[in-house]
Design a protein. Structure first.
Length: 226
């Protein structure tokens, strides 16, 4: 296993320490979340009584594979805890997410949760957001015009592809990857992008993270947002 995967596994497995009997859990997306799901499945088999709401079809598949019971928003609108990955985390605990294309469902799930824990390998810690191209989910119709409007905010959006076809999110939308390179004012940028017609959601997750678990080579570091 590569070192980065060891770090993801360490962070993912540590996160389940925060899950308690009776909780409803937001289940994030991505390869780090995979390890959390695997460990959670083991604990459920040992008797842990929880339910989860997945933020992607892929995570839903892992839940079924590992025996993690699921529920949905028709049964509960507030979650006790959400555990999710990230593509960048800055010192203020602001995030870029959406590398896997699940940002809309992730933002709905994470916003509905009382607490959000982010699990990452240490490469995700950055001084400033923006080196990772910001994913923006847009409706398919007129996406070229939407991209032009976003470009006026200081980047050249790139339509995410899946082989020769555009990547389509679990919500049936396209993703524009927006290389801003340096994001100096994340709140302002988020507001500006969201005001563009055709934009569904941005991958900026601001002011919602309570705890970050960083997988390192031989340990995990837990960073608390005080
Ligand atoms: O936002 C996400 C998916 O939309 C993921 O959480 C993010 O891309 C991190 O993924 P990984 O744990 O595989 O590095």
């Amino acid at each position: 296993m590569e070192q980065i995967d060891v770090q993801k596994k360490m962070a993912g497995k540590k996160a389940v320490d925060y899950i308690k009997d009776g909780m409803t859990i937001g289940l994030g997306s991505g390869s780090t979340v995979y390890w959390m799901m695997k460990r959670l499945g083991e604990l459920v088999k040992e008797g842990l009584d929880i339910k989860g709401i997945p933020s992607s079809l892929r995570t839903e598949g892992w839940a079924k594979q590992f025996g993690v019971p699921l529920t949905d928003f028709s049964n509960t609108q507030q979650l006790d805890l959400a555990i999710d990955g990230a593509d960048e985390v800055d010192p203020q605990f602001n995030l870029i997410k959406g590398g896997g294309g699940s940002l809309v469902r992730e933002k709905i799930v994470n916003t509905a949760s009382k607490k959000l824990i982010i699990i990452i390998d240490e490469s995700k810690l950055v001084d400033q957001l923006g080196a990772f191209s910001l994913p923006v989910e847009v409706v398919q119709f007129g996406y070229e015009a939407t991209a032009l409007q976003i470009s006026k905010l200081g980047c050249e959006p790139v339509l995410r592809m899946n082989g020769k076809e555009p990547f389509v999110s679990n919500n049936g939308n396209f993703i524009l990857d927006c290389p801003f390179r340096v994001i100096n004012h994340p709140e302002q940028l988020n507001d500006d992008i969201k005001s563009v017609v055709g934009v569904v959601e941005t991958g900026l997750f601001l002011g919602m993270t309570d705890l970050v678990i960083v997988g390192k080579d031989a340990c995990v570091e837990v960073l608390e947002n005080s």
